[in-house]
Design a protein around this ligand. Structure first.
Ligand SMILES: O=C(O)CCC(=O)C(=O)O
Ligand SMILES: [Fe+2]
Length: 204
């Protein structure tokens, strides 16, 4: 993490927020490019004995060996597009961390959401660094501490880059709640580093 950033997390983890990491018109161009060109898929998940649609569209890009499991299914990555690799390079410089993949989420409007979870899959390593770029309409990102029961709310606006690091995924869960107010889409790109299967516990 670049040293001028302050940790927004009060305890048990690290959160950094670079406001307008991409400013308009560059952020607008990125939104338009990703909205149009990424291979958005509607996923289904088997939960409580039946198949349900995941309330957002998703797709997975990265180096060919960065295989990732989400919605209960293993996903092989699509190859980097030019725009995605350009963003990855800039996000890596800011985070001081090498990513090899990105999970893209498209929330079509405020009815789309993501439930509480921690990004704590074994293949992300012990204390993963995850860099999340927001484009499009602003949405509330809510963190909840598992023991202290406290919430931390952060509004993620067009072009903002949020970085989660340290022990955060052990102690906090996070969600993108539904909201009636939002009628427009938001794209979120979460850059991740998938570690090789034989060394899942080593982070750089
Ligand atoms: O859309 C967001 O800001 C959150 C995405 C997220 O938590 C994830 O992809 O794991
Ligand atoms: Fe997450």
């Amino acid at each position: 993490m670049q040293s001028d950033q302050t940790n927004l997390c009060p305890v048990d983890g690290e959160i950094y927020l670079a406001k307008a990491f991409y400013a308009p018109p560059e952020a607008d161009r990125l939104f338009a490019d990703f909205y149009r060109t990424l291979a958005w898929q509607e996923e289904e998940i088997f939960i409580f004995g039946k198949w349900c649609k995941v309330p957002r569209l998703m797709c997975w890009y990265g180096d060919h060996d960065a295989v990732y499991r989400y919605s209960g299914v293993e996903h092989a990555p699509l190859p980097w597009t030019a725009a995605l690799s350009a963003v990855k390079a800039r996000v890596e410089t800011m985070s001081c961390y090498p990513f090899n993949s990105v999970l893209a989420n498209l929330y079509r409007d405020g009815r789309d959401s993501m439930g509480y979870h921690a990004d704590n899959e074994k293949e992300l390593g012990f204390n993963p660094v995850i860099a999340s770029l927001s484009l499009g309409d602003a949405r509330l990102f809510r963190l909840h501490h598992k023991k202290r029961r406290e919430n931390l709310d952060i509004v993620l606006e067009h072009g903002d880059l949020l970085i989660m690091a340290g022990a955060l995924q052990h102690h906090w869960v996070h969600a993108l709640p539904k909201t009636r107010q939002i009628k427009n889409p938001r794209i979120n790109l979460t850059f991740r580093r998938i570690l090789p299967a034989d060394q899942p516990n080593s982070n750089l």
